[in-house]
Design a protein. Sequence first.
Length: 215
Amino acid sequence: MLNPPVQLSVNASTGQKVTVSVIALLFLAVLGGIAGVATLVLGGPAPDFPDSGSMDTPFDGFPGAGVKVLFAVIAVLMVGFVGTMVLGTYRRRAVLSGTVLEVRGLLGSRRADLATARVWIDSEPEYVRNPHGEGTIPTGRRVPHLVAEDPGNGRRIRLRLHSMARTLLPPHELNALANAVESGTRAGSDVDASQAADTATLLRRLADDPIARLL
């Protein structure tokens, strides 16, 4: 009997989705208000200033059209950014169906069979928003990733083993990944088989070791 698919906890929670949606709506409302005011100001008649006798310049007539184009470009970029943020929040997910891992992102989905793929654990430094200024700062922690590479075409997928709350995935999800890695045979290379065994062991350690779960 096949095990039911395991929805991995890498996607945004309902509360996070609601928060992002509300922020996006407020941002678009503000942007719409600014656009309305700008349209009234730029579309109205130009003020009738007394002739000062100054010479015409090549830039006469530019401000109105130029500002409109510039504002339109900025508005499109900002709407695109907000749309990308919302879409990424709603689309991000990862599902383990048997031994097949599917990771879905903003631009599409990728799959890998963990029973036959080359697998290993990688990591990267964790950064958070700087509370005292702009940019990000390192936390000193490293975020583990499960990497799976198709031995046939070399395509890779990366699964972040942290949830959106910056904690490790739940133990039962990490153990399910370890079971999928261990379930297959890798006859092509002893190195791949040994690496898969090490990966499964590390996944179980992350699931069961209280110290490791502090990562």
